[in-house]
Write a protein that binds this ligand. Structure first.
Ligand SMILES: Cc1cc2nc3c(=O)[nH]c(=O)nc-3n(C[C@H](O)[C@H](O)[C@H](O)COP(=O)(O)OP(=O)(O)OC[C@H]3O[C@@H](n4cnc5c(N)ncnc54)[C@H](O)[C@@H]3O)c2cc1C
Length: 571
């Protein structure tokens, strides 16, 4: 069985040297919370991840969640107990509002913690992740009374949350959804329709489930302008918070999937279910947009988390498995495969990409935090733009990297990688959903090129490129390629720029990855001088930095022809 060991030293390094946690800690809301204890918190989360969640990951994959046909879903053995432990320790509350029981930590710290839970057991981690989305929606847009009713049990983890958007004819095109919501005499609503692919839509880990549902009111305009957001609980809630009747929203089937088997992916039927409106009628899509950035960041995190887990497993396997002899040695014992340069190359490739993802995602999370908390309005605005620019890159580049790295992990195992028993293939299968949900990576690229590059006449990208320049020769070449490509895209709107959007996103992902790795290399050099007793750690960081800059980053400028080929090249 594959084990997981929380990479606490690596996470602490990226928090401090890439994402500037110390700078965040000086901002007003966190000066009091005490971010000094972040490392203790990470260690505690790492223990739960490695000792409780990781051991049930492979079993969860093999057994999966099961529906009984009567609307109930049973999770694999150990999941309910693990969730109770997770909730009791307060992990859903890390970055939530202290007024409703949250701990008020920055999103950056929450993201670092969630990396470990997701590495340990991605299928499990999706449940609290969806709760966070529901918390985000209600915190940002609910009335005071909705916040008082729904937030405390969601934040404590007593209840979980979901997002019900997708319907058979409405996937990427959410505006095509048809679920109907009708206002009742008492101001409540009743909803009818069918939603598909709903993550953790039904389960046995918590007493209630708070569904956030997108639906259409009678006479609403067509498309996204006619969508409203509703809270539809599994059990209605009486005054005082007591659970009331079972609501008419139920799971009528589970999907049989490629991966994340323990995460129930439900077909949900709403048959006159009681719901309450969030915000105003027809505002639903706008409300969802405000929380999409965070949800997309958390899905990007799945790419990093799976890559880290695959790397750990491949490295352990490579140290054990013996095959062949090292080049240049005489007859004798077979060598561990880690001694073969090609296996070392694969391992370093996995590690370098993983570290680059961590840097990018942590930077993105820190930008969200600065956007929310910086006392200076201009800094808040710049941070908000930085967060918005990086979000599609974090989601799409990291989830693509996650699949790639998990694939290399299988390769290092040789034939055993293709055999389920080792667990290497599970990571690859689990990782494969992340480029698809929460807006496919194709849609992320369109968002980057169509919405994010033109923001403020291109100022956010220009500011990022300026900040990245002058550190490193290969990085400067990548920056020039991004600048040249962005100019071309702006000059070729429509199908031509849409055809180049995905390679452009990849180019920007590689370039920001190069930037964070260049900064990590410089920090490691300084660390070596200041703290020589950790020489092995600093050397490893310098090696992965050099590898990324010399062997991975040069593919960024090589993407210019793909970005600028135009739609005609597609036939
Ligand atoms: C395991 C799993 C869990 C999920 N969890 C949830 C959940 O909890 N809640 C929820 O609401 N949904 C959930 N989903 C749904 C998920 O978000 C959608 O599957 C996803 O948004 C893609 O929609 P689709 O499957 O209809 O694909 P389509 O929209 O049909 O896309 C098919 C292909 O066409 C491309 N494409 C589509 N439109 C365009 C366009 N305009 N321009 C360019 N390319 C385009 C896409 O990029 C994709 O490559 C989940 C799905 C799965 C499989």
């Amino acid at each position: 069985m594959s084990t997981y060991s929380a990479p606490l030293e690596d996470i602490a390094f990226s928090l401090r040297h890439v994402a500037d946690l110390d700078g965040l800690a000086r901002l007003p809301p966190w000066a009091e919370v005490g971010l000094d204890h972040t490392e203790d918190l990470l260690a505690e989360a790492g223990r739960l991840a490695s000792e409780v969640m990781a051991p049930i990951n492979q079993l969860g994959d093999r057994v999966g969640s099961v529906a009984d046909g009567a609307g109930n879903v049973t999770t694999p053995e150990g999941f309910r107990a693990a969730y109770q432990q997770y909730a009791k320790s307060g992990w859903t509350a890390v970055s939530a509002d202290p007024e409703y029981g949250g701990a008020g930590f920055p999103l950056l710290v929450d993201v670092a913690i969630q990396e470990m839970f997701t590495s340990a057991n991605m299928a499990f981690s999706l449940c609290p992740m969806l709760s966070q989305s529901a918390i985000g929606a209600i915190s940002a847009h609910g009335t005071a009374s909705q916040q008082q009713r729904w937030l405390p049990p969601l934040i404590s983890g007593a209840w979980t949350g979901t997002m019900l958007l997708t319907e058979p004819q409405a996937g990427s095109d959410v505006g095509a959804l048809a679920t109907r919501a009708e206002r009742q005499g008492d101001g409540s609503y009743r909803l009818w329709g069918q939603k598909i692919f709903i993550t953790w839509g039904e389960h046995d880990m918590a007493d209630n489930i708070v569904h956030c549902v997108l639906a259409r009111t009678p006479d609403a305009p067509s498309g996204t302008r006619g969508i409203s957001l509703f809270i539809v609980p599994k059990h209605t809630v009486e005054a005082g918070g007591k659970l009331g009747q079972r609501n008419a929203v139920r799971c009528i089937g589970l999907e049989d999937k490629v991966g994340i088997h323990a995460s129930p992916t439900c077909v949900m039927e709403l048959d006159g279910a009681v719901g309450e409106l969030v915000g105003e009628e027809c505002e639903g899509m706008g409300l969802m947009f405000t929380m999409m950035n965070k949800a997309r960041l958390l899905v990007g995190l799945e790419g990093l988390a799976i890559a880290e887990r695959s790397y750990q497993q491949a490295a352990a396997f490579a140290a054990e498995r013996r095959q062949g002899r090292r080049h240049g040695t005489g007859p004798g014992e077979q060598a561990p495969i880690v001694e073969h340069p090609d296996v070392r190359r694969m391992l370093l490739d996995m590690r370098a990409r993983t570290e680059a993802m961590r840097g990018l995602l942590f930077l993105n999370a820190a930008a969200h935090d600065r956007a929310a908390a910086h006392p200076d309005p201009a800094s808040r605005r710049a941070a908000q733009q930085r967060a918005e620019l990086l979000t599609p890159v974090s989601k799409a580049w990291c989830t693509d990297q996650g699949v790639e790295v998990a694939g290399v992990g299988i390769q290092i195992h040789g034939g055993m990688g293709f055999i389920e028993e080792t667990g290497a293939a599970q990571h690859w299968r689990d990782s494969r959903i992340a480029p698809i949900y929460e807006g496919t990576n194709g849609i992320q690229a369109i968002d980057l090129v169509g919405r994010k590059l033109p923001m403020d006449n291109g100022a956010p990208l220009a500011a990022l490129l300026e900040e990245m320049a002058g550190l490193e020769q290969n990085l400067d070449q990548a920056i020039s390629a991004v600048a040249q490509s962005a100019r071309w895209l702006a000059a070729h709107p429509g199908d031509d720029s849409l055809a180049g959007a995905a390679p452009f996103l990849e180019m920007l992902g590689l370039t920001v990855g190069g930037w964070v790795m260049a900064r990590a290399g410089a920090a490691a050099e300084q660390g070596q001088a200041e703290e020589p007793r950790r020489a092995g750690f600093w050397r490893a960081k310098q090696t992965s930095s050099r590898f990324f800059l010399d062997q991975i980053l040069p593919s960024a400028p090589a993407l210019v022809p793909a970005v600028t080929a135009g739609a005609a090249a597609l036939g």
